[in-house]
Ligand binder design. Structure first.
Ligand SMILES: [Zn+2]
Length: 481
């Protein structure tokens, strides 16, 4: 006991500079204008002291100079400081052959100011779980990772790497496995999953204190799924269903196989009523629902017929194997007839109108991209900025858009005490911007430096990460040839 006490005294003394009496900081950022994302206010002329991966003080420059001896100092005058960005829907996947290409995405996220990602399942979970732990222990450079591990699905689904469940006992066994992997939440999709098993999985996960994130089976109403315990809906177009005047009937007809998926979704779009949607969304909000619209993804897929992405500069950052997986959706889109294309446009345009309705109803919106393998031209890192821009285009204010990432992201995972603000006691995940993001959301793209768990990456270091990604992506092309 005494030994322990002495050790803490020595540690405390060690943190204080002998002669100056100043506390040691690894990094001090001076002269910054801090964006208080919660209040939407700007606090100018502040200095931020960082030690051991944590923000330890935020005061005016003089007060910080008096109290801290900094190993490294950054002059951020004229710059704007926000907490690191969270992308709440990404995928690492594409099979064992693409493991390295997926791992190479991690520094790209950092270079775009994304300091945390939520991985929503794919087929290389064991690797992602290992990267999560390596990033946390500081042996791997990248954003913090939260992951669902393999997702739950029904028998023989389209998706690879899932845990197939078709009975309550199988769900229980799957949840045992996921808990043994220490997953951060449970992802469920319904390609072949029976609705009653879906509802059982929600209930069983909730009973174990696990958060769930899912697509909603068409045979259920949205409220049935949310009342069943679902924590977050992935993809905003499911919310069209909640605003349909014929939702219950369409759900029944789909369950009875009287309607195909495409027919059901057409009917839902036709019967959508914004006034009803407002009422229904308020009901859903009372359950504490989170929704990840993945709006930019919806936009890209809906307009593949008329937008050419083959010259996108970001393509050069990702490996050839991952680029190859993009073809799946492109080929599928090319096969669609005029009516299907028209349907996709209509559905996207309607889903884009839902965002302000969700906000007004009190549904918590999450910024998530769906970036990763398969999801064509929705680029890791850059995609998050595209998503925030779509949110503003659809009616959120810039600060509301920022909240969906830096405040709502941590809240979903129960990490709000540690993230979401530039304040003492918060993790030192920080982005320095060249322009004010409260005025224009485009400012989030003007990144001057990123601090990740206390380590500074200035613009030159971030550019070096991107150059390295470009080199690796180009090298693998020749290797494949
Ligand atoms: Zn996804």
């Amino acid at each position: 006991m005494f030994k322990k006490f002495m050790a803490s005294v020595l540690m405390l003394l060690g943190a204080i500079e002998g002669a100056s009496g100043k506390e040691k900081a690894d990094l001090v950022i001076r002269g910054a204008a801090i964006v208080d994302v919660a209040s939407g206010k700007l606090v100018e002329g502040r200095a931020i002291a960082v030690a051991n991966g944590e923000i330890v003080a935020v005061e005016d420059d003089k007060a910080i100079d008096r109290s801290f001896q900094a190993a490294q100092t950054v002059d951020a005058s004229g710059q704007y400081v926000i907490p690191g960005l969270w992308d709440m829907h990404v995928h690492f996947g594409g099979g064992e052959a693409l493991v390295e290409e997926n791992k190479d995405l991690l520094p790209i996220y950092l270079a775009y100011g994304v300091t945390t990602v939520r991985d929503c399942a794919a087929d290389i979970s064991a690797h992602v779980l290992r990267w999560r732990d390596e990033v946390a222990s500081g042996t791997l450079v990248g954003p913090s990772i939260y992951t669902s591990g393999p997702k739950l699905e029904g028998p023989k689904p389209l998706w690879k790497g899932t845990i197939e469940v078709d009975s309550p006992a199988e769900v229980d066994a799957a949840l045992d496995r996921l808990q043994a992997m220490r997953v951060d939440f449970v992802k469920i999709t319904d390609n072949t999953l029976r609705p009653e098993i879906f509802l059982y999985a929600l209930k069983a996960a909730k009973a174990r204190g696990l958060r769930t994130s899912a697509h909603i089976p068409y045979a259920l109403t949205v409220e049935q799924a949310i009342a069943g315990g679902l924590s977050s809906v992935e993809h905003g177009d499911y919310l069209i269903k909640a605003g349909s005047t014929a939702e219950a009937q369409i759900s029944r007809d789909y369950a009875d196989k009287k309607l195909s998926y495409a027919e059901a979704s057409d009917k839902l779009v036709d019967t959508f009523d914004p006034t009803l949607a407002r009422t229904e969304f308020r009901k859903l909000a009372r359950y504490g629902l989170f929704v990840t619209p993945t709006q930019n993804m919806g936009r890209i897929l809906a307009y593949l017929d008329r937008e050419d992405h083959s010259k996108d500069p970001a393509l050069a950052l990702i490996g050839p194997g991952l680029r190859e997986t993009y073809n799946w959706r492109v080929e599928r889109a090319a096969k669609a007839d005029a009516a299907a294309v028209e349907r996709r446009h209509r559905e996207y345009e309607l889903s884009a109108t839902l965002l302000p309705l969700m906000r007004d109803a009190g549904i918590t919106i999450l910024a998530g991209t769906d970036a990763g393998y398969l999801n064509s031209f929705n680029y890791p890192g850059q995609g998050l900025h595209d998503e925030l821009a779509r949110f503003v285009e659809s009616g959120l204010t810039p600060v509301e858009a920022l909240r969906t990432s830096v405040i709502n992201g941590p809240r979903f995972l129960g990490r709000q005490a540690r993230y979401g603000a530039i304040a003492p006691g918060k993790a030192a995940d920080i982005v320095l911007l060249g322009a004010n993001p409260l005025t224009s959301i485009a400012a989030t793209r003007d990144i001057r430096a990123v601090v990740r768990a206390g380590t500074l990456f200035d613009r030159a270091a971030l550019d070096a990460l991107l150059a390295q990604a470009r080199d690796k992506a180009a090298k693998s092309v020749t290797e494949i040839k």
